[in-house]
Design a protein around this ligand. Structure first.
Ligand SMILES: Cc1cc2nc3c(=O)[nH]c(=O)nc-3n(C[C@H](O)[C@H](O)[C@H](O)COP(=O)(O)O)c2cc1C
Length: 627
């Protein structure tokens, strides 16, 4: 060992970093951790007794509650014993397969999940809770800490083996009573881990289950909470972090932070229950296609296995765009205000479609260029009289953008007070396809020409001008691609910012959000870039005629439900989707299961469970499988 690596050279209390390992050691620790793999394919080469002793010694140096060292290591080389254990595994693996539906079942069965006979040696690591007597320092509150301690020993062994070039595979698909009996483990001792140990055939860079697409590795940042359960740090949302830590923080980001912090993953249990019920309904499994997927998603969003979403609203955010001065729209700016009045009178397409879907229309002036007469149905949250011309500078200041986002959030809060189970996003703003195209281009890095369409129907010359204006706006403003709020302020719109707020606040309240077309999509894109988990709460209404729409949906990995060549906005496509939402929930809530319909009762013993073996189960099974 050279002097640099001598243990005597480390460890001085004067310097807080003095106990750190020299770089080479430290790297070795991290490498062992990162390169450790669960191994199931082994070479037959034997493991020498010295090597085995080293890895067992590493295991034995694990921490343990009260220093009780509750572990034992049963080293099994005898082939006959291993054959018996392999047989246990084989039986249990087949039994476990029934927990998965196709195609997962076939994939599960295709995995090699043990190396019991291939590895030259197996080790059963046990835990003896009685070791050192009934009183163990630190174990009284959580009795299982002795098992946790044993797991620490297993991990030590696993890492030491990796450093030695050995592979370890943990086999848990074994019934404990039989394992105990084969190995003669007394009743008070618990087998904790059954490990296969030997030289690996291969040591891949990533877990086999990750490589096979079974499950991805979760993002580290999704696993870390601060101070209390579910609390994330604002550094998890870089766009908000930038604003919150700026020398002169604008008002608004804390409100947004409060909301995004509450946006968690979907409720897996509710989705599982909905999925299980759909599978038991009197129809071939999965035969209602994406309607079933929709029902499952709604269950996951709301956290209810059979949701009821009766109270619906279409929130239409209206605002004007300074960029209309560049001649990017077929309609004059005044149309925004005129259409808002039309919404208030109930005469627009969205009014008709929302009425038919049983939804109320909530009209919000978040930045119409003119002052509108007060109206009981108009929510006045005007931030400015339209945005500035993005071809000359930022469309909004950061304060204005944040005020519009907060306005959208507060509209949802107020609507939620009135009762809100389902929200659809709508927009009105002459010039807003230009802003939306600019947002998609800025965030995805695509060329403006690839994401810009004809909006309300401009001609070829108009389209070229629109593309050039977007190019200019991106050049002048240089929005930061990795900062969705910067993009929103510089080349977005007030109604788009308002919709970002609507989306975030709805997701935080576990209210499903039906996203209309291109403009709503731009808002959804900003919201998902800001807070990726929000994506799970979004349901894409339809596929817009605007060419940038497909690109934003791809980025968000959302597949629209309708394809009707719509290009109106206002929330029309989302309102139409409400009927499908009703249908999906009615199927989930009202359709009979095999058991309820008496199909299984009469033919397979009255259970909702998959039909039993033999002739009696045939009819239910045949319907289920489409046979
Ligand atoms: C408690 C425990 C039990 C496991 N049981 C099995 C098993 O029965 N069969 C198997 O193939 N892998 C088993 N594994 C291995 C995991 O599948 C594997 O650790 C995980 O996919 C991550 O891969 P990696 O260990 O290569 O990083 C087990 C792992 C642990 C921690």
């Amino acid at each position: 060992m050279n002097e640099h690596l001598s243990p005597d050279s480390i460890g001085s209390a004067a310097d807080p970093t003095a106990f750190a390992f020299p770089a080479q050691w430290r790297d070795g620790v991290y490498e062992a951790i990162r390169r450790r793999r669960d191994v199931r394919r082994f070479r037959p080469d034997p493991v020498s007794p010295e090597l085995l002793a080293r890895v067992l010694d590493a295991a034995h140096h694990a921490p343990s509650v009260g220093f009780m060292q509750p572990w034992n290591f049963i080293v099994i080389a005898d082939r006959g014993t291993r054959q018996q254990i392999h047989e246990l595994f084989r039986r249990e693996r087949l039994a476990a397969a029934q927990f998965f539906d196709e195609p997962r079942r076939s994939q599960y069965l295709s995995f090699k999940l043990e190396g019991i006979l291939d590895a030259p040696v197996n080790i059963c690591v046990t835990c003896d809770p009685t070791r050192t007597g009934p009183a163990v320092i630190g174990r009284n509150a959580i009795p299982e800490t002795d098992v946790y301690s044993t797991c620490c020993a297993v991990q030590n062994l696993w890492l030491a083996a990796r450093a030695e070039g050995l592979g370890v595979g943990w086999v848990s698909i074994l019934k404990q009573p039989q394992l105990r009996s084969i190995l003669g483990i007394p009743p008070h001792v618990m087998p904790v881990a059954y490990l296969c140990l030997g030289y690996p055939e291969d040591l891949p860079d990533e877990p086999e289950l990750e490589r096979a697409g079974w499950l991805p590795r979760r993002e580290l940042q999704d696993t870390i909470y601060y101070e209390t359960w579910g609390q994330r740090s604002h550094s998890d949302w870089p766009a908000l972090h930038r604003l919150l830590t700026s020398p002169t923080p604008p008002s608004g980001p804390e409100r947004i932070l409060d909301v995004v912090r509450r946006i968690g993953p979907l409720d897996e249990a509710a989705m599982g229950a909905a999925r299980a019920r759909l599978d038991r309904l009197t129809k071939p499994q999965g035969s209602l296609g994406r309607l079933e997927e929709l029902a499952i998603k709604l269950a996951g969003i709301t956290g209810t296995p059979r949701p009821m979403l009766g109270r619906k609203a279409v929130v239409v955010m209206a605002a004007d765009h300074g960029v209309t001065a560049e001649g990017v729209s077929a309609y004059p700016q005044e149309v925004t205000a005129q259409m808002v009045l039309n919404f208030l009178r109930g005469g627009a397409a969205i009014n008709v479609l929302a009425r038919r879907a049983g939804a109320r229309v909530v009209v919000v002036d978040v930045g119409v260029a003119v002052d509108l007469p007060p109206h009981e149905a108009l929510i006045n949250r005007k931030v400015t009289h339209g945005t500035r011309n993005m071809a000359q500078g930022p469309a909004m200041s950061e304060e204005e953008m944040l005020a519009a986002v907060v306005a959208g959030m507060e509209v949802v809060e107020a609507e939620a007070e009135r009762g809100l189970d389902l929200v659809a996003t709508g927009d009105m703003g002459i010039g807003n396809t230009t802003a939306s195209s600019a947002i998609v281009a800025a965030i995805t890095g695509r060329r403006p020409i690839d994401v810009t369409g004809r909006g309300t129907g401009i001609n070829d010359a108009g389209l070229s001008r629109k593309v050039a204006v977007i190019e200019l706006a991106l050049q002048v403003n240089r929005p930061r691609r990795d900062d969705p709020l910067d993009v929103l302020a510089k080349v977005g719109g007030l109604e788009i910012a308002g919709l970002v707020g609507v989306i975030l606040a709805a997701a935080a309240r576990r209210i499903p959000v039906l996203i209309d077309g291109f403009i709503s999509g731009a808002a959804a894109l900003v919201a998902t870039e800001l807070c990726p988990p929000v994506r799970e709460y979004l349901i894409a209404g339809h596929s817009s005629v605007e060419i940038g729409h497909r690109i934003m949906l791809e980025r968000m990995e959302l597949v629209p439900y309708l394809n009707l060549n719509l290009r109106l906005g206002e929330g029309t496509g989302a309102a139409m989707l409400m009927h499908l939402v009703d249908d999906a929930l009615a199927i989930l809530g009202e359709m009979a299961t095999f058991g309820e319909a008496g199909v299984a009762e009469q033919t397979a013993g009255g259970s909702d469970a998959p039909a039993g073996a033999g002739e009696e189960g045939t009819s239910a099974e045949a319907i289920r499988t489409g046979g």
